[in-house]
Design a protein around this ligand. Structure first.
Ligand SMILES: [Zn+2]
Length: 296
C-alpha cells in the first residue's frame, strides 16, 4: 500500500503503529483494533454472500435490530462478530448443513431441521491473536431465521389433512417459536467450548460471549470465572453433560398454558407471555458455570 493511498487517519495509524513497532496491517484501523482484512462497510447487516468480507459500523443494538429484521425474511442462518471496542460488526458465519457428528461428540441428541452455521474460526482466531490485550470484548452472533420455526412446525404437525385443532396447533407452534429462538443444544455446547477456548492462552480475551438472535430478541451466553476454569480442557463430554443439564432445566417452560391456547399466536397476551418465558429461560439456563441473558 503506497503512502498516497493512505487517508490521513490511516496515515496517522501507520505512524502510530510503526512507532510502536507493530508494522502496518492490511486491515482498517477501528479505534486501534486490527480487522485483518479490508472490510466492505454496508449500511445494514446482510445475509447474502459477497466477494469481500462485509460489516457495519454501529452499536450492538443496531446489529440486533438488523438481525431481528433479517430473521423474518432470511432463508438461512448467518453470523457476525460484534467488537464492542471498535463498535463494528463483521460477517463471519455462513449457512452450513447441521453437523450431527459434532452433536454426537458432545453426547447431544437434538436436531433442528437441517439448519446450521459455520463461523470462520480462522478469521476470529486471527482477530483475537492480532488484538490480544487490546480487544476487550467480542460477541460471536448468529441469527435464527423464522423459517426454521415453520420447518420445525411442519415436521411436527405432519400434512395438512392431519391438521389438529387450533388449540393444539397453537401450542405446538408456540413451543417451536420458543425452541427455534433459543440457542440450540449444539449452540450452547459450542458457546461454552469457544468461550473457554478464547478466554485462555494464547487468546486471553477478557469478555467473550456467544449469542443468538431471532425475531423475538436475543440470548447471550457467557462463562463465569468458575466456568472458564471448569471447561478449559475443552472436554466435549463434560461440556455436553453440562449443556444437557442446562437444557433440562428449561424444558418445563416450553409450553403454552391452557388459559392461552385459544388466543391468536400474535396476540399481545401471547407475545407478553413469550417474552416473560424467554426471561425465565435465561434465568434457568444460568448456572454456576454459565450465564445466559435475554435481550429484548
Ligand atoms: Zn443456532
Amino acid at each position: 500500500m503506497g503512502y498516497r493511498t493512505l487517508t490521513r487517519r490511516r496515515f496517522l495509524y501507520w505512524l502510530t503503529a510503526a512507532s510502536a513497532g507493530l508494522g502496518l496491517s492490511y486491515g482498517e484501523d477501528e479505534k486501534g483494533i486490527d480487522l485483518i482484512e479490508d472490510i466492505e462497510w454496508k449500511p445494514h447487516l446482510e445475509v447474502r454472500k459477497a466477494s469481500k468480507r462485509t460489516g457495519i459500523k454501529g452499536s450492538e443494538k443496531d446489529g440486533i435490530e438488523d438481525m431481528k429484521t433479517l430473521s423474518l425474511i432470511a432463508d438461512e442462518e448467518a453470523g457476525w462478530i460484534y467488537l464492542k471496542d471498535a463498535n463494528v460488526w463483521i460477517k463471519t458465519g455462513v449457512n452450513a448443513s447441521f453437523k450431527k457428528s459434532l452433536a454426537k461428540d458432545y453426547g447431544l441428541t437434538d436436531t433442528k431441521g437441517g439448519f446450521g452455521l459455520d463461523h470462520d474460526m480462522n478469521y476470529i482466531d486471527a482477530v483475537l491473536l492480532k488484538n490480544r490485550g487490546v480487544l476487550k470484548s467480542i460477541t460471536v452472533w448468529h441469527m435464527h431465521p423464522k423459517k426454521t420455526e415453520d420447518i420445525c412446525v411442519s415436521h411436527e404437525t405432519g400434512s395438512d389433512s392431519n391438521k389438529s385443532t387450533k388449540a393444539e396447533s397453537n401450542s405446538i407452534r408456540f413451543k417451536k417459536s420458543l425452541v427455534c429462538a433459543m440457542p440450540s443444544q449444539l449452540d450452547i455446547a459450542q458457546g461454552i467450548r469457544t468461550t473457554a477456548w478464547a478466554s485462555t492462552p494464547p487468546y486471553d480475551c477478557p469478555d467473550y460471549s456467544e449469542a443468538v438472535c431471532s425475531p423475538y430478541g436475543a440470548f447471550r451466553l457467557s462463562l463465569t470465572a468458575a466456568g472458564k476454569s471448569e471447561f478449559c480442557s475443552l472436554n466435549p463430554k463434560k461440556i455436553g453433560a453440562h449443556t444437557l443439564n442446562m437444557w433440562k432445566s428449561v424444558e418445563g417452560l416450553l409450553r403454552l398454558p391452557d388459559s392461552l391456547e385459544a388466543e391468536d399466536l400474535d396476540s399481545t397476551k401471547i407475545t407478553e407471555y413469550r417474552l416473560k418465558t424467554f426471561r425465565e429461560i435465561a434465568s434457568k439456563l444460568s448456572t454456576e458455570y454459565a450465564k445466559a441473558e435475554f435481550i429484548e
